[in-house]
Design a protein around this ligand. Sequence first.
Ligand code: FAD
Length: 509
Amino acid sequence: MYEQASPGVESVTRDASAPHSTKHVDAIVIGAGLGGLLSAAHLLQRGKRVVVLERLPHSGGRFTAKNFHGVQVSTGAVHMVPFGSSGVLSHMLQRLHVPHRLFDADVFGSFHAHGKTYRARGLLGVLKFFSPRQSWWFLRLGWLMFFQPLPEEERRLPFDLWLERHIPVEQCPQLVAFFASIARFALSLELHQVSTAEVVNTTKNMLRYGAPAIVKGGCGEITRQLEQIVHSYNGEIRLSCEVLQILQEDGVVNAVRVKQKDTGEEELIQAPLIVSDIGPRATDGLLHNCRVKQADVLKPKDTASSSDEAASAHVQEAVGLKVHILSDVSLIPHKGIMYCLDTQRIAGMVQPTNSDPTLAPAGKHLLISHQVIQSNNVEEERALALSDLRYLFGETFDKHCQILTMGTYRGEWPVNRISQGEDVDPQLDVRGLYMVGDAVKPSGYLMVEGVAQSVNNFLDLLENMDQEQEAVRKNDPRIRRNVMAPPSRLNALRWLWRAPGNSRNVGKS
Ligand SMILES: Cc1cc2nc3c(=O)[nH]c(=O)nc-3n(C[C@H](O)[C@H](O)[C@H](O)COP(=O)(O)OP(=O)(O)OC[C@H]3O[C@@H](n4cnc5c(N)ncnc54)[C@H](O)[C@@H]3O)c2cc1C
């Protein structure tokens, strides 16, 4: 539904509609996704004149929603924030005075395994569905991941191979499926696609910060509030305005060339600072006066031309398929994630209406399933999703549920522009140009927590530039003030018995 027709490599030529006017600002933000809006709000708070340029007719990118038959159908995210009310995004929203409310999960999760659902209030709850032998190996892995330093030669090892090295995987099918379903739901990756260091860093952070949360009003509400903050500081958000080119002189950015889609008019906007929220492939395209098109990004590798290959070099995105379901009856009895260990494709599901009933019409429930796309056969992937839903809920599914949308997320509208752990450097060779968003997530910070932390990282880089000389004078290491340090390791202990977070307080209010 929201798969975007967009950016292969298409040369953008100047013609009669060449730019006719020039505007000067302090900073240009390309893309009004979450990363772009958060960056703009911070820059405005620092007194800069900012313009945000978005080619779609709405802000929010993959973190907003549209009302479809009274349901908040999201453009990407499943209305969920990975580290909940204690996470990086939540702290950033507080710092920016953006009103928001997050409902933390009340369980570690539930797990559909060997045809049954097991509810785990805390981490130890998973021992309910592991055999004694697998429970022993589970504890052993916990020891290796959290109490032992990861040997250097194991850091880059794909996580499936690391498991093979440390446990008898053939005798531990549930344990392997446990890790696989979490990686598929949380990272949209298979275990062979993610390094051991990244799994360890991400898991440590998940345990140290807190339980995931559903956003009150859905992800579109955060986007709306951020838009208001940008406007309240007199920032400008130009919708339906596509950036065609990033201009530079002597290795320093100085302007962008844009096209207003409704009028076809082109304009030059000048600024010494450009923040790109569109990922490295599209940013590189704009620097070379090229547009990256969805069709070319999705071309099989052997048919891609050399210029396509150049444009998509080194970019490995995370891809997924998401289903929005409306149900007359509740199918998941908690506010957390139901992980699916015994399905063909679906990795996990949430029922966000348990936290915020207004996300669907009164008396109905919204359910969202997520899976990694494992082949190029999208029809088959959809059919497997349907077959999984029937397996999980039996007759109830056909009797009480309606599929609202079933969308694939890949190419220029993926789950993550770069797979967790493969993220690129936010600072480019061209001075004054920085990247934010889910292609530059710092290690251990997934999804929108990674987006928020990427914005913190950008702010530190910017401020370091100003303070570099002073730091050198004082013989200080680089001053880092925005990137959030993870909370105490001891916080992880809270997970043993129950999910940490605000779920008990929220229930009372
Ligand atoms: C199916 C799915 C499920 C997900 N689930 C979750 C979840 O539950 N929790 C979570 O935390 N995260 C989730 N994510 C990930 C999360 O949605 C993204 O990481 C996040 O929204 C990315 O934000 P961004 O600002 O980096 O990029 P984007 O949201 O992609 O924003 C970039 C913007 O730039 C615009 N743009 C592109 N090119 C141009 C141009 N040339 N000129 C002007 N504008 C341009 C685009 O239109 C877009 O609006 C999910 C993603 C998907 C797809």
